[in-house]
Write a protein of this length. Structure first.
Length: 599
């Protein structure tokens, strides 16, 4: 690869990073709503899917470490440092994208202070933090061997890191194993949201085995990249052994996935002709069985084309599995959709682009190739790779910051800057704009027979003239975070039957466990002695004479009729308009508008 081509690629990566930086300003200045297409129905989006892929491709770090230090397969030592670097950048990309994805990113440290040992997310947070720290320590010797750090304090630190290598490797294997499997556990709590062809009670095992396969094949692709970028000779025999080794985790992953679907009777849905079934078959056949066959054939495995094709197919297949599970096939609420915004997409691609630039920085600067990458006793002077430009701040990073060759970054930044000013012009005052639609279509039992409710007209009529604020609490007893109104169906989930909305385990845990029973039950622990909800939740009760909380929410029909008819009866008397209590006031004929208080 020529130096000109490498410069163009670097400029393109920098352009993506710059565009992501602009989108980052929008995200942190305006919040998730200003920068993403996420909503209540789609709280997980593109960033989650990308994070799952980053972690899968980082699986080569703990896999190669185990092969070299646990199973004593010394033939893989020349690429161990590169494997750890790929894992370090993969987990770093995971953490950075998590910061963007959190609603309150400055609270990312909270798992360190508030321990929730029953939470899968708590375990994932700790494993990611600890394993990332272990990866930093594992890769630190490569940095300390640079001539910049050839001084006594750094030399002593380097010797200690070499002595701690084995404990760090063992800790890294344990932590990454826990984390990779726990990511799959996240989806166990949402079988109603995950498509049956992707849901499985064995998801923790599927995530772990697929991470091993994806990590090993990612190192094969990385080997071909090193050959093209740095002009190094390709160790085809070593990469072919990686391909052969990937057969076991890939085959186990396919056996577990298909076996579980077969045992649970879900596998026939793969032939129902839906687009999900077509995606599933393509993922299993092209991204699973085909590379399994390619890696099993010695002749194909030892050819450049066969090896690279098989590795690429495995990566695509596992990427499809994780993105389909968390994004493509996840069920959304009826009538809702999710489309990633421009800012969301720019940030999603800017993170791996930045990781690629960091990889080039380390690879062009540190001893990552040949004998010099094999650790103690092989610290030969760093020799620039054939065909690769020697590292310099001015050339590599100065070129990226200025992006002077392509100029594409400057154009992207110039086009995106007006987005900030447009966001500032959006009206947010509840007085000038209705929270919600002007007319709501109420169809509680989804029968197709709906009531057109003039929402905006009711907001304006109920507005408090002294404060200028609409009294939304007349109808909405609870507010969601951000002072957003709660839909009636959130509590009144059944159309004809009352529904219990009391979460006993949550209250018990929040009040201190079993010892807190007397907080609500006095003198004995029975359902009849429970404290009335409003005694503790006074701020959630609308007001005197309004509907108060109980442990059971009325049926949808009774709740709406009780809330609406009472107000209509009062207005009918006050305005001498008996028609307001007629059913036809709300349940109008097709094509006719309902009667309003201003008619």
């Amino acid at each position: 690869m020529s130096q000109t081509t490498r410069n163009w690629i670097k400029d393109g990566l920098w352009a993506v990073v710059f565009a992501g930086l602009v989108a980052s300003v929008i995200r942190f200045a305006g919040g998730l709503g200003a920068a993403t297409g996420l909503n209540d129905s789609a709280p997980w989006g593109l960033w989650i899917a990308f994070k799952l892929v980053f972690v899968a491709l980082a699986g080569g770090g703990f896999t190669l470490a185990a092969m070299v230090y646990i199973f004593r397969l010394e033939r893989y030592r020349p690429i161990l440092r590169r494997a750890i670097l790929v894992a370090l950048l993969g987990y770093g990309a995971f953490i950075v994208s998590l910061i963007f994805d959190l609603g309150l990113p400055w609270h990312i440290y909270m798992p360190v202070l508030n321990w929730q040992h029953h939470s899968v997310m708590f375990e994932i947070a700790w494993c990611v933090m600890l394993y990332f720290s272990v990866l930093v320590l594992e890769f630190s010797p490569a940095i300390l061997e640079h001539h910049w750090f050839r001084r006594p304090p750094f030399g002593m630190l380097l010797r200690w890191l070499h002595r701690l290598t084995l404990p760090l490797i063992v800790a890294g294997i344990v932590l990454s194993t826990l984390h990779q499997s726990s990511l799959g556990s996240l989806f166990l709590i949402m079988p109603h949201r995950v498509h049956p062809l992707w849901y499985s009670p064995w998801l923790p095992y599927l995530f772990f085995t697929s991470a091993i396969a994806a990590g090993m094949t990612a190192l094969i692709v990385e080997g071909f990249f090193v050959e093209r970028w740095f002009g190094r000779g390709l160790d085809l025999d070593l990469l072919a052994r990686l391909g052969k080794g990937a057969v076991l985790p890939l085959g186990l992953y396919l056996a577990l996935r298909l076996g579980d679907l077969w045992l649970r009777g879900v596998l026939p849905r793969a032939l129902d002709g839906s687009w999900q079934s077509i995606l599933f078959l393509a993922e299993i056949v092209a991204g699973g069985f085909l590379p399994l066959v390619l890696f099993s054939l010695r002749k194909v495995r030892r050819s450049r084309e066969g090896l690279l094709t098989g590795a690429g197919l495995v990566i695509l297949g596992i990427t499809s599995q994780r993105m389909s599970l968390s994004l493509f096939t996840m069920y959304r609420a009826e009538g809702t959709s999710y489309v990633p915004s421009l800012g969301e997409t720019l940030i999603a691609f800017a993170i791996p682009a930045a990781a690629a630039l960091l990889y080039l920085l380390f690879a062009e600067t540190l001893p990552l190739f040949g004998k010099q990458a094999e650790g103690p006793g092989n610290e030969a002077p760093v020799v620039p790779s054939p065909g690769a430009a020697a590292f310099s701040i001015r050339d590599t990073w100065g070129r990226g910051i200025a992006a002077r060759r392509s100029g594409f970054a400057v154009i992207v930044v110039a086009l995106l800057l007006p987005v900030l000013s447009l966001k500032s012009q959006t009206p947010v005052s509840p007085v000038t704009a209705a929270v919600g639609w002007e007319v709501l279509e109420i169809d509680g039992n989804r029968s197709g027979y709906a009531v057109d409710f003039p929402h905006l007209e009711h907001q304006e009529r109920l507005m408090n003239e002294s404060t200028g604020e609409s009294n939304c609490r007349e109808c909405h007893h609870l507010d969601l975070p951000g002072d957003r109104a709660t839909a009636c169906s959130a509590c009144h989930a059944e159309y004809y039957r009352p529904v219990s909305i009391f979460d006993h385990s949550f209250h018990r845990q929040a009040l201190g466990g079993n010892d807190s029973c007397l907080e609500c039950h006095d003198p004995e622990h029975t359902a009849l002695t429970g404290t009335i909800c409003r005694d503790c939740h006074e701020d959630m009760v609308p007001g005197e004479g309004q509907a108060a909380f109980s442990m059971a929410a009325l049926s949808y029909k009774d709740a709406l009729h009780g809330r609406c008819l009472g107000c209509h009866e009062r207005e009918a008397l006050a305005q001498s308009r008996p028609e307001l209590v007629l059913c036809s006031t709300c349940h109008s004929l097709a094509g006719q508008s309902p009667v309003t208080f201003d008619d």
